[in-house]
Design a protein around this ligand. Structure first.
Ligand SMILES: [Cu+2]
Length: 108
């Protein structure tokens, strides 16, 4: 086995993979405040995670997706997070406040 010859090629390949344009996964925040999701529409990349934070003083909310994924009831300062691996539009709403709607747009 020839580690000296093989090592640099492996390192170069790794560096190329790192700079290959695939951004590292990010986590983005949506505030729940004054009876609204802020921002109501958020655009992310596959693999990113969205964190919802209830910043109300005393009102609880939830986050319920059309595909069945849902948070627990979020009391003030509670958080809920979901990672999105597939492209598409993911609509959600708040059960106790049906006018509260939001959307996560996952663009490849
Ligand atoms: Cu609500």
């Amino acid at each position: 086995m020839n580690r000296i010859a093989f090592g640099p090629a492996l390192l170069l390949g790794f560096a190329a993979a790192l700079s290959g344009g695939t951004a590292p996964a990010e986590t983005v925040a949506v505030r729940i405040d004054k009876g609204a999701f802020e921002p109501a529409v958020i655009t992310i990349k596959p693999g990113d995670t969205v964190v919802w934070l209830n910043t109300e003083k005393r009102t609880s909310h939830d986050v319920v997706f059309e595909d069945g994924v849902r948070s627990e009831r979020l009391m003030p300062d509670d958080v809920f997070e979901r990672r999105f691996d597939t492209a598409g539009r993911h609509s959600y709403r708040c059960t106790p406040h049906p006018r509260m709607t939001g959307e996560v747009v996952v663009e490849p």
